[in-house]
Each structure stands twice: as C-alpha cells, then as structure tokens.
Design a protein around this ligand. Structure first.
Ligand code: ACM
Length: 625
C-alpha cells in the first residue's frame, strides 16, 4: 500500500512537473514533438558555433542568458557546445532560408539551419523554452530547464512586418531599437519605418538640410490628436526630433543582426506638410506660413473615405523642381537602406489644390488627362523611374492602383482587403495590411475605457486573420504586416501596449501553418507571454480579460449580451447602481433589460478573483450598443 501511495505521489509530481514544462511558443512552430526529460543550463554550459556566420547569434544568446542566470557563458567556435549552432552544409529545402530545427535532450541543445536567419529564430524559440525568468534584467535563482523537444519550423510568409509611425510621435534611436528587438522575438523580419508625414520629417537628408532643421520640429501641444490648437504666429517649434544618417546606419545594423530588414517610407505626394513647412515652394499653394502640424485639425472627413485638406499638404505634381527634390531625397534614402524596396506612400492624397493650380491644369492638357485623380498616376510613375534608376523597387499604399502604376510596383492593401485582391489579380505583388485585421493603432477593448481612436480591432479578430484572400493566387501575397500609427501613442510604453498581444496574433498569422492555428490554445500561450512581459518590463494590453457588451432589440425588448474573449471567465454585473463583484448577478445567458435609465456595470473574475477592468456603461452608452 505504501509503495502504491509513493507511486501515486511520484506520478502526481511528474504531472505537476510536466505542467511546468509545457511548451508554449508564439508563433506556433510547424512541428513540435515533446519527449520526457530536460536539459538544465548551468554555469558549466557552453555555447558553440560551427561557422563564423553564426557567431553573432551565438554571442547574442550568451549575453541574453548571462544576465538572468548570473553565469559567464561565452560563445566559442566549436562543434560541441552544450548549446550548439550548426549550419547545414547542404541546405535542407523544407526549412528554406529562415527555418531551423531545434533538438533538445538531457545532453544539450542543437539548433540547425540553412542560413544564419534560421539560427536566430531557433535561438528565439530556445529562449521561449526556458523558464520565464530568462526575461529578468537581474540575476534570478531558478532551475534553468529546457524541455526535451524536437522542433522543425519555418515561416509561411516571407514578409512578416510591423510598421511604426515615427512622424506623429517621435521615438528616439534607442526606443526604435527596443521596439525592433521586441518584434524580432516573434520572428517578424520586416520593419516598415514611416519616416515622414504632416507631423514631422524624421530622416536627415544632407542635401536638403531644412527638411530636418524645420520639418522635424513642431510647437508643443497636448490633448487629443486632431483637436489641438494650431501653431501661433512666431511660436517656437520645440518638439520633435530626427535620425541622423549615422543613427539610421546603426539602426539598420541592429535590425540586420536580428534578421530584420527595414523598409523606409517617404510618404508622398500627400501627407507632406512637414516637407512643405521646410520648402513651401514644393506645393501648389506655396504658403510660406505652412507649419509642421502639431496634431491640430487640418482636414474634414466625409465618412466614405472622401475628405478635404484645409491646409495644403500635397507636393505639386506639375513642377519639375518637385522631382528634383525627390531625386535628392531618394538618392540618399537608397544609399542608406539595403532593402530593395522604398515605400513611397501614395495614400490619402487630396487633389483639391491641384485642381485649382494652373500648372496642374496645363500638365493635364498636355498629357490629355481628364481626371485630376490620374495626375497621381503620372506622379507615381515618375517616382518609380527615379527609384528604378537607383536600383530600388516601388512599394505604396493601395491608392497607387488608382492612377495606374507599372506591374512591377508592390501594393500594400490597407483599406480592407479589396485593394490587395485587385492588385493581385492585376499581377502585382501584395503585402496585406488591412485596417480590418492589422491596424494596431485601433482600440483593442471596451471603447469607454480604451484611449479613443478611429476604430476597434480585437485580439481574436487579429488572430483569425487569413492573409490570402479567397480567389487570389497565393503567389502574389508576399505576406502581411501590422501597422502602428501613432497619432494617439505618445510613448514607447503605450506603443507596446498597443502592439502586444495583437502583435503575437499577427506573428502567428504570418509565420504558422494556417491549419495549426487554434484560438483556445493561442490564448493560453498569450498568458504565458504576459508573464514574460511582466518580467521583461514590456507593456501589454489585458483587454482580452474584459467583457464584450452588446445590446439588441428583440420583439420590442432590450436584450443585453455579454461575452469574453478569454474562455473560462466568470462575468458579474449590476443594473441597480451597485458595484458588481462575485456576489452580484452572474451572467450566463442573454438578459432582458428593464425599462428606465439603466446603468450597466460589469466585471470579470477568474478563480474567485477579479481579472478584468470594471466597465460602466451609462444609459446613453448602453443605448449605442
Ligand atoms: C494609411 O493608413 N493611411 C495607409
């Protein structure tokens, strides 16, 4: 009997232990086979790399491990490290350029790839296999166990991007690097850098110094973007910043070390107010009082995507000086960035000032162009020629399709997926970045408590995104990208809040096999990452724990429905102006709301403890659901 009890006890212990060792990886690899046992990292562990191309990754791992473990592991050229990086002499086609295999046993870990990129991703997976304390910035005492696994992994798409807008809010060089490091952990390989817009020009162009002397700075303002007071005459522009070309070279190398290529964006012909503040002669209006916009209202939107610019932020397509200007800009941009693409924007270009401009009218006559919209096609085709002369390919937002563009141009589908479908059908390469699934600036939770912005996009919707639209030949879909616009993002910490966990969902959309995706499994892995972020000091949103509240009218009755994205939460509510907790009504099925000015209060619990925010919907809020 005693033996039996001991056996049961041992079995229970291995169960508990087994749970500790659960492999929770994001993005989900192509294949994970877990076996029993583990390797424990100790101060006697070694890191070996067989080839010099693997040195950077091996050294990066040593650096990363030594901080929390307090060990002094050094990466050395060797064939027998306890963590060993090997490159295949003969490439294994299945894993491609970015794939890897990771085999861990009680003796150690071997990561094998065809190219250095794969080793880097193998390293990222290894870090996720280690206990969460590996994210600590100070020494921690724990058992540094790596479960025994055999992983074969490679990406579904070659373009796995995140865009950061550094115009609306300027992020320092160090912040950009931190952000790049964060996205690299989840096997993103493309950083789209939105460097110019109405609110700041952020890249040093040596031949056009005013772009940063004037264009990088705006007057100080607080408050909601788009509602801030205009610059006053003579007011000093003291807020902003820019990257010197040396900064940019440093960031490019930093990204390259993490298998991230940078796509620079110079957004033209619209979104150019900062450039025009520096060189007013570039616009049709030539207004010398044009200022870098500090987030004041400069446009009117009419709901269906049409709008009017109250201030001219558009380069003049009929002026050869504009192309001379852009030739200078793109000469320097092309020399800095190794990526074959330069993103030239092309989005939201207001044509009202072109329409009134005699030069544009004359050009239209000369070219026999009837519609003002087609002038953008003319502009884009000239830009493409400039880029081609510098050995670069044109990439633009989906508006570039409207005026006609060469088939070699690559299109970023952002106004939903339609632009991507049309572009692919016309034979363009496409990157899918639709507002509907990939806009990381949108609210991710209950709109009454999240900072206000144009629209909403929940984690589950991000996760359920399929980047290849139906009926489209997948060969045209290079991949996808999450876009972080920063009108309402004043700090890196808030950029993190908006990026995670949705950036994990998109990482899995772009990396993992579609058939491996599983929401209920994913949310558990998300919680594992939450714990890691806590230790790493990286911000994230917990909106996934908040209730989703809707009301509808059925047979003249108001019906309330509440759900939660995270499975297994208990939802408690009140409609009597009492504070809700786990002693008030538990939501289990749709509720008929009584007549009267009801205020709804909802809170979620798990295991008897509150886990979500308290949501309060006043009668007028509730009516809108
Ligand atoms: C965009 O969101 N204007 C591309």
């Amino acid at each position: 009997m005693k033996k039996l009890i001991l056996l049961v006890f041992l079995f229970a212990m291995t169960r508990v232990y087994g749970q500790e060792q659960t492999v929770h990886l994001i993005p989900q690899p192509v294949e994970v086979k877990q076996s029993s046992g583990y390797y424990t990292l100790t101060k006697a562990s070694t890191i070996g790399f067989a080839d010099l191309q693997s040195r950077k990754t091996a050294e990066m791992l040593a650096q990363k491990l030594n901080i929390p473990t307090g060990f002094s592991i050094r990466a050395q050229q060797s064939k027998s490290g306890s963590i060993q990086f090997n490159l295949n002499k003969i490439p294994v086609p299945q894993i491609g350029k970015e794939g890897y295999t990771l085999i861990s046993t009680s003796k150690g870990v071997v990561i094998t790839a065809n190219e250095a990129a794969g080793l880097f991703y193998g390293m990222q997976t290894l870090l996720q296999l280690l206990p969460k304390e590996i994210e600590s910035k100070t020494t921690v005492k724990t058992n540094w166990k790596i479960p025994a696994v055999k992983i074969t992994d490679y990406p579904r798409f070659g373009w796995r991007g995140i865009m950061l807008d550094v115009s609306r809010n300027f992020f320092t060089k160090e912040e950009v690097m931190l952000y790049i490091d964060q996205i690299a952990r989840f096997k993103y390989n493309t950083f789209h850098w939105h460097l110019t817009d109405d609110n700041g020009w952020r890249i040093e162009i040596k031949s056009l110094p005013k772009l940063t002397e004037v264009g990088a700075w705006r007057v100080p303002r607080a408050g909601h973007f788009g509602q801030r007071p205009d610059p006053k005459p003579g007011e000093a522009a003291t807020v902003g910043g820019f990257y010197t070309q040396n900064d940019i070279k440093e960031i490019i190398q930093y990204a390259l070390d993490r298998n991230i290529t940078i796509v620079p964006e110079i957004d033209v012909p619209g979104h150019s107010m900062a450039a025009i503040a520096a060189y007013p002669e570039l616009s049709c209006s030539k207004d010398p009082n044009t200022k870098v916009n500090p987030g004041s209202s400069h446009s009117e939107w009419y709901g269906n995507g049409t709008f009017k610019m109250l201030v001219d932020n558009t380069l003049n397509p009929s002026d050869d000086k504009v192309y001379e200007f852009l030739d200078k800009v793109f000469t320097e941009v092309a020399a800095l960035f190794p990526n074959q693409y330069i993103h030239v924007g092309g989005d939201e270009c207001y044509k009202g000032y072109w329409k009134q401009d005699p030069g544009c009218q004359a050009l239209m006559k000369k070219l026999n162009i009837r519609h003002i919209e087609d002038l953008q096609g003319y502009f884009m085709n000239r830009i493409e020629k400039i880029l081609k002369a510098k050995g670069k390919k044109l990439l633009g937002w989906d508006e570039i399709l409207e005026g006609g563009i060469s088939p070699e141009a690559t299109v970023m589908s952002w106004r939903g997926i339609q632009g991507g479908i049309e572009a692919a059908k016309m034979g363009h390469d496409v990157v899918m970045t639709p507002t509907t699934f990939a806009y990381l600036d949108y609210q991710q939770g209950e709109s009454t408590i999240e900072p206000p912005i144009y629209s909403s996009l929940r984690l589950k919707k991000c996760y359920n995104y399929e980047p290849v639209p139906e009926g489209v030949d997948p060969k045209y879909i290079l991949g996808g990208q999450g876009n972080l616009w920063t009108e309402q993002i004043p700090t890196l910490r808030h950029a993190e809040y908006m990026t995670w966990p949705r950036g994990w969902a998109l990482a899995e959309d772009f990396w993992s096999p579609a058939e491996k995706k599983n929401w209920s499994d994913f949310v558990h892995r998300v919680e594992t990452q939450f714990d890691r972020n806590e230790i790493a000091g990286i911000n994230y949103s917990r909106a996934v724990y908040d209730p989703i509240i809707t009301t509808s009218t059925q047979n003249g009755k108001r019906i309330l429905e509440i759900e939660s994205e995270m499975p297994g939460l208990d939802i408690y509510y009140t409609i009597d102006d009492a504070m809700p907790d786990n002693f008030t009504a538990k939501y289990t099925a749709p509720v008929e709301l009584p007549e009267g000015p009801v205020t709804l209060r909802v809170i979620t619990y798990r295991n008897g403890k509150p886990i979500g925010h308290l949501i309060t919907l006043k009668p007028e809020d509730l009516k809108k659901r």
